[in-house]
Design a protein around this ligand. Structure first.
Ligand code: NAD
Ligand code: LMR
Length: 331
């Protein structure tokens, strides 16, 4: 059995955390041989609720869970942690865009970046889930200059999982038989879910998804807008934002980053190096592969004129969000 690692979940008394904590503590993220010590951060008024979550974790009697620290102190929460799930932030309500949350949420990520910089392990892996996730991740990284910027990522895995599921349904195949669908850009309604390089296994043979679907109109319109608007559709139905699927996606993201993807592509918001003509120094979702705890952008993909327009639109939105966030953080 490996030595335990410390893992922090923020927003630990909230609804995503309620599904996520079990997945982390049961071994679904860091593997069945990796004990974890959970640090649970929430705000002071939520400490009573958090106490109930701590009781429930104890009552799960999970062999890999070696300890739990509930706290309202960012410095206690981030001390010596190897992995951080930054979930704690306000969710949007019906009729809002995720970027409408920026002024309310971005300061949380400034403060947490500063705490990470001070007390976390220098090889910490940070996944930002709280919206607007890409820009919050950028701000968190900016306020943690002693940690490599590659260690800050934003979650677009839920969009990837949604896209994969939509394609599997269209093709009438199990979801595991669809791979390499890409989410480009922002976790917002400008994101570009791109099936042009996706592959499906049908009757034991791999086939490009565009050929198997054979419906360009569907792939450019219905598919793209269904995935772009799926979060809003869940809010309209549940009157609360996605939680079960968001927790599953957060687990998928961190597991793949820690344990590796092989040659399978996954989408992650990462600090852009300008790949594929995107603006540098924004957190942009790219297709990546991971190995030995590091991600690498998939290179050499052809970008069609249609894709170019979509990448430019989502990149422009992220550049604007970045400016707005920097203005808020000046105060
Ligand atoms: P929630 O309201 O149920 O829980 C949020 C929790 O965060 C609350 O317990 C709150 O007290 C806590 N919190 C607030 N400020 C905090 C701070 N400074 N430090 C620590 N904790 C703090 O919300 P939820 O449904 O769990 O969603 C959380 C966030 O995740 C929202 O911003 C939501 O929009 C976002 N989200 C992102 C994705 C994605 O795909 N990236 C998917 C779903 C939800
Ligand atoms: C989602 O995609 O479900 C989340 O980002 C919540 C939201 O506001 O849509």
């Amino acid at each position: 059995m490996a030595a335990p690692i410390k893992v922090v979940v923020t927003g630990a008394a909230g609804q995503i955390a309620y599904s996520l904590l079990y997945q982390i503590a049961s071994g679904a993220v860091f593997g069945p041989e990796q004990p974890v010590y959970l640090h649970l951060l929430d705000i002071a008024p939520m400490m009573g609720v958090l106490e109930g979550v701590v009781m429930e974790l104890a009552d799960c009697a999970l062999p890999l869970l070696v300890g739990v620290l509930p706290t309202a102190s960012p410095e206690d929460a981030f001390r010596d942690v190897a992995a951080a799930f930054l979930v704690g932030a306000m969710p949007r309500k019906e009729g809002m865009e995720r970027k409408d949350l920026l002024s309310a949420n971005v300061r949380i990520f400034k403060e947490q970046g500063q705490a990470i910089d001070k007390v976390a392990r220098k090889d910490i892996k940070v996944l930002v889930v709280g919206n607007p996730a890409n820009t919050n991740a950028l701000i968190c990284s900016k306020y943690a200059p002693s940690i490599p910027k590659e260690n800050f990522t934003a979650m677009t895995r839920l969009d990837q999982n949604r896209a994969q599921s939509q394609l599997a349904a269209k093709l009438g195949v199990p979801v595991k038989d669809v791979k390499n669908v890409i989410i480009w850009g922002n976790h917002s309604s400008t994101q570009f879910p791109d099936a042009s390089n996706a592959v499906v296994t049908i009757g034991g043979a791999e086939k490009p998804v565009p050929a198997a679907v054979n419906d360009d109109e569907f792939l450019r319109n219905t598919f793209v807008s269904t995935v772009q608007k799926r979060g809003a559709a869940v809010i309209a139905a549940r009157k609360m934002s996605s939680a079960l699927s968001a927790a599953k996606a957060a687990s998928d993201h961190m597991r793949d980053w820690f344990l590796g993807t092989g040659d399978r592509w996954v989408s992650m918001g990462v600090v852009s190096d300008g790949s594929y003509g995107t603006p540098k120094d924004i957190v942009f979702s790219f297709p990546v592969t991971t190995a030995n705890g590091k991600w690498k952008i998939v290179e050499g993909l052809t970008i069609s004129d249609f894709a170019r327009k979509m990448l430019d639109a989502t990149g422009k939105e992220l550049a604007e969000e970045k400016q707005d966030a920097l203005d808020v953080c000046k105060d």
